[in-house]
Design a protein around this ligand. Structure first.
Ligand SMILES: Nc1ncnc2c1ncn2[C@@H]1O[C@H](COP(=O)(O)OP(=O)(O)OP(=O)(O)O)[C@@H](O)[C@H]1O
Ligand SMILES: [Mg+2]
Length: 413
């Protein structure tokens, strides 16, 4: 059986998974490793050696559990340098209609990728959405159909070069080869979303500790992928500030008593907290705690909705509503908060259709790592611009861009 391995490098934790791929393409998870994240903040490496050690420790744990030796790993990239855009290109196939071939699609993708190229950023995904063949719209797969002019819409996702290079360096220093990079939100989407939800329109949020990664799907395909630097840590800091408790106590209060929506907390309900520097506990109103949390969540949701609208899309078009995953999705009342705030249906997304160490990883904090493994089986729309381990001397720069595109086309097609 083929083995795949993933590393989710988060602000709060680093998770490594080892999976075995059966002949049907299903992944059986056979190894899990998790360590407290160090030297990483909001998707960026802040201390190389420390980050490398934390990554190594998570992967070693997964290796031990699985009894497999890991070399290649698929990693996530996230943070505010994640940007997306939608390209549309057309080629004339032939004056009189002929059969569309794979090479025509490849040419179209090459055009979109070449146009989206930008200094300081790397393209990590190019997802073909719908095709238009002559006047016929909504074509899912044009290969074999007859036509004379083909148009493709392609969703492109980019990440800042500096962020991505340093992350790859940390993974390489840990002793592993990062073969592919996947935007966190797209990885989580592969772990938690149903096909019907993507078809109907859905907004997927992965709210972790430092970042809220998001991807908006319409008609089955992503139209916006992004990441904002606000998430669970901001909530903890707010609690620490307003309740005058240290961060550790704020984190405990949030997990044990935090509620995302004020209105669902009974009036008069109190909880005990330990203020900074005091030995005695004091009582505070649980509603007051919920208010602090709700205000921050409103800010996060406003930012995401604004981002979506600034790109000309409407959140109301997410007919399947909102799916939230990541550790902060465990906050009590999150579903109720989202439904109230957006007027759309919401659910908490956990990794689905798992086999292997199912119980252990059926939690929103594992969504990204599980989705990364699935990219290892079917790298749909994944653009591997270079293989880091094989390019330790930066010689990837010498290779011309179209070679890289060809490599990518070999991988996805
Ligand atoms: N039961 C809970 N209630 C509220 N918050 C929770 C709960 N469980 C976990 N969290 C929060 O989830 C966050 C960690 O989530 P996650 O593991 O998805 O983050 P990460 O992937 O390490 O970070 P990021 O993706 O932001 O870089 C922390 O802020 C933690 O406080
Ligand atoms: Mg995360």
């Amino acid at each position: 059986m083929r083995t795949v391995a993933s590393v989710d490098v988060g602000t709060d934790k680093i998770v490594a998974l080892v999976g075995e791929v059966d002949p049907y393409g299903d992944v059986h998870i056979v190894g899990v490793g998790s360590t407290k994240s160090k030297g990483i903040d909001k998707g960026s490496v802040t201390r190389l050696e420390v980050a490398a050690r934390a990554i190594a420790s998570a992967v070693r744990e997964a290796e031990e559990m699985s009894g497999q030796k890991i070399g290649n790993v698929i990693i996530n990239v996230s943070g505010p340098t994640i940007k997306s855009q939608n390209e549309k290109d057309t080629i004339n196939i032939s004056p009189s209609p002929i059969e569309v071939e794979q090479s025509h699609i490849n040419r179209l993708l090459e055009m979109s990728i070449a146009r989206a190229k930008e200094d300081g950023a790397e393209i990590i995904h190019a997802v073909p959405r719908r095709y238009i063949l002559d006047d016929q719209e909504g074509i899912e797969d044009p290969v074999g159909l007859i036509g004379s002019k083909l148009t493709a819409q392609v969703h492109i996702v980019k990440v800042g070069t500096t962020l991505s290079r340093n992350l790859e360096k940390a993974v390489s220093s840990a002793g592993f080869t990062p073969t592919s990079r996947v935007a966190s939100a797209l990885a989580s989407a592969r772990a938690v979303l149903r096909e019907e939800e993507k078809d109907d329109g859905v907004l997927l949020l992965d709210m972790g500790a430092g970042l809220t990664d998001f991807v908006f799907f319409l008609d089955g395909y992503p139209v916006i992928t992004g990441s904002i630097p606000l998430a669970g840590n901001n909530i903890t800091k707010d609690i620490s500030y307003f309740m005058k408790v240290d961060q550790e106590e704020a984190e405990r209060i949030k997990k044990e008593n935090g509620v995302a929506l004020m209105d669902i907390v009974k009036e008069g309900e109190v909880i005990k907290i330990k203020p900074r520097g005091e030995t005695r506990e004091v009582s505070i109103e649980k509603r007051r705690l919920a208010e602090v949390i709700q205000i921050r969540l409103e800010e996060i949701f406003e930012k995401i909705v604004e981002h979506i609208e600034s790109l000309g899309f409407k959140i109301e078009n997410a007919n399947a509503g909102i799916v939230i995953t990541g550790g902060s999705a465990n906050l009590k009342g999150m579903k109720e908060f989202i439904e109230r705030f957006t007027d759309l249906p919401a659910r908490i997304g956990k990794p689905t259709e798992l086999t292997g160490l199912k119980e252990k990883i059926e939690d929103p904090i594992y969504s990204t790592a599980v989705g990364l493994l699935r990219y290892g089986v079917t790298p749909e729309g994944l653009l591997s611009e270079r293989k880091v381990g094989a390019n330790t001397n930066n010689n990837y720069k010498v290779r011309n861009f179209l070679d890289r595109v060809k490599e990518f086309l070999r991988e996805i097609l």
